[in-house]
Design a protein around this ligand. Structure first.
Ligand SMILES: Cc1cc2nc3c(=O)[nH]c(=O)nc-3n(C[C@H](O)[C@H](O)[C@H](O)COP(=O)(O)OP(=O)(O)OC[C@H]3O[C@@H](n4cnc5c(N)ncnc54)[C@H](O)[C@@H]3O)c2cc1C
Ligand code: FES
Length: 267
């Protein structure tokens, strides 16, 4: 897909479809699109509507999206099958400044569906492993049944230090992690801010606690990057729907350095 066509919705064929959890699925699209980890595309189904979805892969050969069924568009996409098509336009927004992270260690902290854009960072790092030092991955879900990317988790554990937690385990499901908030795992870990960048994506309340813990560990606000989600309509800075603290989430974000945005509002 050519860069100058980012405003034009283009058909994208589904070449793989994976059910990740009760309400979440991943699709792989037959789309070659240059993008940075953390950027998003607008996905649409004619007659239904359009939604912003983060790119959750890093490949020049295909595009992966992880989608939670919450309403009209996401439910309609969930009903598509392998070989069906949807329309996408993009990529949009500012992703993670991966070049600036070079030679640093990265602490990746994700909660729930917020793990999706962070998967793109992990895949980026894995293609350029020698550019980065240690990678610590902290991921939290509500229950073991909500754990996403189970297939990829195995290779993440082989290549990086993964700290996985679930808030609760009502069905006593066997899984390789801890029960408790992911913020507890972060608190207990003994890294400091030296030569480290932290990237966070998850619910605003989780971001707030994580930033506090990172600051206690000595992180400065310019070492912390957050991915913010806001209701979007145009996705390109026209409608004003997505403003946070005077910035357009779609155009200036969705990834912000924490000192540029500060105190992410909870809604
Ligand atoms: C930059 C960005 C990246 C995103 N990445 C992903 C992703 O990777 N995977 C994914 O599943 N979703 C992602 N979302 C959220 C996704 O865009 C919305 O869930 C989707 O638009 C809902 O559309 P719908 O028609 O299915 O639901 P609707 O019928 O429009 O709404 C269902 C419910 O969700 C609420 N809602 C809709 N959009 C949002 C939103 N943006 N934030 C909070 N509540 C909302 C509505 O108020 C309503 O209560 C992202 C959003 C943004 C802004
Ligand atoms: S979604 Fe329209 S200005 Fe951001």
């Amino acid at each position: 897909m050519a860069k100058d066509n980012i405003y034009v919705p283009t058909p994208a064929k589904i070449i793989d479809y994976v059910i990740e959890s009760g309400d979440t699925f991943s699709i792989k699209l037959d789309v070659k699109m240059e993008h940075d980890p953390g950027q998003f595309v607008m996905c649409s189904i004619p007659g239904i509507g359009e939604s912003a979805i983060s790119i959750c892969s890093f490949s020049r050969d295909y595009l992966e999206l992880n989608i939670r069924e919450v309403g009209n568009v996401t439910n309609a996409i969930s009903r598509l099958k392998k070989d069906d098509s949807l329309l996408i336009r993009g990529p949009y927004g500012h992703g993670y400044p991966m070049d600036d992270f070079k030679d640093n260690s990265i602490v990746i902290i994700g909660g729930g569906s917020g793990v999706a854009p962070l998967k793109g960072i992990i895949e980026y790092v894995d293609t350029r492993r020698s550019d980065f030092k240690y990678i610590d991955i902290f991921i939290g879900y509500r229950t073991p049944e909500d754990i996403l990317f189970k297939k990829q988790l195995k290779s993440w554990k082989t290549n990086h230090k993964v700290h996985l937690s679930v808030d609760k385990n009502p069905n006593k499901t066997k899984f390789d992690g801890k029960v408790g908030f992911v913020t507890e795992l972060l608190k207990q870990s003994d890294f400091d801010n030296k030569g480290r960048i932290a990237v966070i994506c998850g619910p605003p309340i989780m971001i707030k606690f994580v930033v506090g813990i990172l600051k206690d560990k000595g992180f400065n606000e310019d070492q912390i990057f957050v991915s913010a989600e806001r209701m979007m309509q145009c996705g390109v800075g026209f409608c004003g729907h997505c403003m946070i603290n005077g910035k357009y989430c779609c155009k200036d974000g969705p990834v912000f350095r924490y000192d540029e945005i500060k105190d992410l509002p909870e809604k």
